[in-house]
Design a protein around this ligand. Sequence first.
Ligand SMILES: *[C@@H]1O[C@H](CO)[C@@H](O)[C@H](O)[C@H]1NC(C)=O
Ligand SMILES: *[C@@H]1O[C@H](CO)[C@@H](O)[C@H](O)[C@H]1NC(C)=O
Ligand SMILES: *[C@@H]1O[C@H](CO)[C@@H](O)[C@H](O)[C@H]1NC(C)=O
Ligand SMILES: *[C@@H]1O[C@H](CO)[C@@H](O)[C@H](O)[C@H]1NC(C)=O
Length: 258
Amino acid sequence: MNALFKLQVALCFVILIVNIEGERIRRVSNDTRKLVELFGLANGQSKREADLDHNKRPINLVVLAPENDSLPYALHKILPSIQYAVKSVQDQGILGDRAIKVYARDTKCSSTYGPLAAFNMYYNKLVDVFLGPLCPYALAPVARYTAVWQIPILSAGGQIDSFDYKAKYYSLLTRMNGSYSQIGHIFQEVLLNFSWRIVAFLYHNFQDRSRGKSNCAFTLGAVSHALNKKDYHERDFDETLSEVPYHNLLQDVSKHAR
Ligand SMILES: *[C@@H]1O[C@H](CO)[C@@H](O)[C@H](O)[C@H]1NC(C)=O
Ligand SMILES: *[C@@H]1O[C@H](CO)[C@@H](O)[C@H](O)[C@H]1NC(C)=O
Ligand SMILES: *[C@@H]1O[C@H](CO)[C@@H](O)[C@H](O)[C@H]1NC(C)=O
Ligand SMILES: *[C@@H]1O[C@H](CO)[C@@H](O)[C@H](O)[C@H]1NC(C)=O
């Protein structure tokens, strides 16, 4: 099982426990407390939660991911690690007799169906924390709503640098796998270190714009922001097409880079 994902799930529980059981805050480590302060959760429970019986109510995890197995992070690939984490938390007795319910909803990796699934769970008062979505176009709207709903959201996605605007739009989003802007900084350092100034980007992007940008485009987007100027050469191609003129692309790029 992916270690990073396990960590994500474990961390998720740390946050979840302190969020829902304010009275336990004193018993958790200082590191966790810092984390809690970071998430602005330390000031007790939200009104919605206070309305309910705190010691008996089950804790609801809502997992938002695509059901289609051909997509990365499909539900059946990620649910076992979440079930495993739930079982470890219950076995350790951290929550006493409190039940943890895991709900899984199909986002279809879509900016329409992902948010609809989130809305549905929210209005039925069935969510204390969201795990996912992971697809960027589904994650962005859901993460913005959770800031208003005051519900924490954790995702292994969200590396795109627009998610860096945490205070303004994504205050309760925790990204478990970094941000592409970090790649931008590394890139910048490498250029400086070798005194390289002539830069060309050659990357995969979908020709069918309805599919949104590729991860390569998003990654280099963050790099171009870090470079902070537009004096680089740029060519994209769609690697999903049957014929890509790689030879010509490389020849072209060789004239614009070193
Ligand atoms: C936790 O933090 C408090 C105050 O910030 C400090 O007094 C205490 O020594 C810390 N405890 C540990 C175990 O670090
Ligand atoms: C699953 O995703 C693949 C690739 O994106 C697509 O070709 C296929 O039609 C999808 N299957 C369903 C049932 O949506
Ligand atoms: C984390 O991000 C890297 C780079 O984008 C990616 O290759 C890797 O699969 C991601 N890992 C997880 C667990 O999301
Ligand atoms: C480049 O990186 C090397 C290895 O980390 C380091 O020793 C060197 O000082 C760096 N040079 C500059 C100009 O930053």
